[in-house]
Design a protein around this ligand. Structure first.
Ligand SMILES: *[C@@H]1O[C@H](CO)[C@@H](O)[C@H](O)[C@H]1NC(C)=O
Ligand SMILES: *[C@@H]1O[C@H](CO)[C@@H](O)[C@H](O)[C@H]1NC(C)=O
Ligand SMILES: *[C@@H]1O[C@H](CO)[C@@H](O)[C@H](O)[C@H]1NC(C)=O
Length: 263
């Protein structure tokens, strides 16, 4: 009993400390918390109905930009507590301009994911500058979290600089013990990107079931999958990997052979 009380006391102390160190008085908070968040004079600005995002063309960044532009213009997110901020008298925000210094860096372990984001308190453009397209995607996620309401408003006069503390931020999912359909995996990847996680460790197969179709060895899935419906075709895998790239999530496959017993 005494141990429990001491434990409760420290837990309470912990939460008090946490709530004090993370307390901000900002009317909008970004998740995960950026390393630098300056919003000296909280106001909002209307978003133009013909809002555009300019960016360098890139196989994976371009679909991400299209997705975020659609989300930003159509979501009309209503926060539980409406931010108590006044509108600027400025013209609506016309554009978000993304610049990337190196568009060739692949989504590899330790890739530079830093970005800076500023929204104007007066002008017509917001800016994201990033070292790589992957950093630009994190910046887009942050920008989308600054947008709310109907008609749509954006937090004005914000400056953010952000970079991850951990290079590997992942989720493991075992589809051998429990099969999950392709749509479920895509939904997981989408949720990961909203939380700026970057590695989907896909434990595809094991001794429990072998849902991965390998065309040169058809018996593996043929005899190893739980059923004919519970398999991933090469096209499914390609779709999952591509969806991951468009969300800044690297798919790390783990293929264990049937009968493998880990000690
Ligand atoms: C649409 O964008 C153009 C600039 O590209 C701007 O001049 C115009 O005012 C915008 N229209 C609206 C309704 O915001
Ligand atoms: C909004 O503007 C009104 C009128 O100028 C002012 O009284 C109020 O304090 C402002 N609210 C905030 C949150 O700045
Ligand atoms: C990441 O990219 C930014 C922007 O280009 C740059 O300022 C920073 O130095 C880079 N970080 C590392 C660790 O290379």
């Amino acid at each position: 009993m005494r141990g429990e009380k001491t434990f409760s006391f420290f837990l309470l102390l912990f939460f008090i400390l946490i709530s004090q160190t993370t307390a901000t008085n900002y009317p909008i908070n970004v998740w995960p918390k950026p390393t630098t968040f300056h919003w000296p004079n909280p106001k909002s600005i209307f978003l133009s109905s013909n809002f555009t995002i300019s960016h360098p063309y890139h196989r994976y960044l371009t679909p991400a930009v299209d997705r975020y532009r659609h989300l930003i213009l159509s979501e009309h997110h209503r926060p539980i507590i409406t931010p108590a901020i006044n509108l600027t008298s400025s013209i609506p925000l016309q554009s978000l301009i993304i610049s990337v210094s190196d568009v060739t860096s692949p989504l590899a372990h330790g890739v530079n994911e830093s970005y800076s984001l500023s929204t104007p308190s007066g002008g017509s453009s917001a800016y994201i500058t990033a070292g790589t397209v992957w950093g630009a995607m994190r910046g887009l996620e942050t920008f989308s979290q600054l947008v709310y309401g109907n008609p749509t408003r954006v937090a004005a006069g914000v400056y953010i600089h952000d970079l991850p503390i951990f290079t590997h931020r992942g989720v493991v999912l075992d589809t051998s013990r429990n099969f999950y359909g392709v749509d479920h995996l895509l939904r997981l990847i989408k949720a990961m990107s909203m939380n700026k996680l970057n590695v989907f460790h896909w434990h595809i197969t094991d001794s429990h079931s072998f849902p991965l179709v390998i065309p040169s060895e058809p018996k593996l899935a043929g005899k190893g999958a739980y059923s004919n419906e519970m398999m991933y075709s090469p096209a499914d895998v390609q779709k999952i990997v591509q969806y991951g790239m468009e969300h800044g999530v690297r798919v790390l496959p783990e293929i264990d052979m049937p009968g493998n017993q880990n000690l």
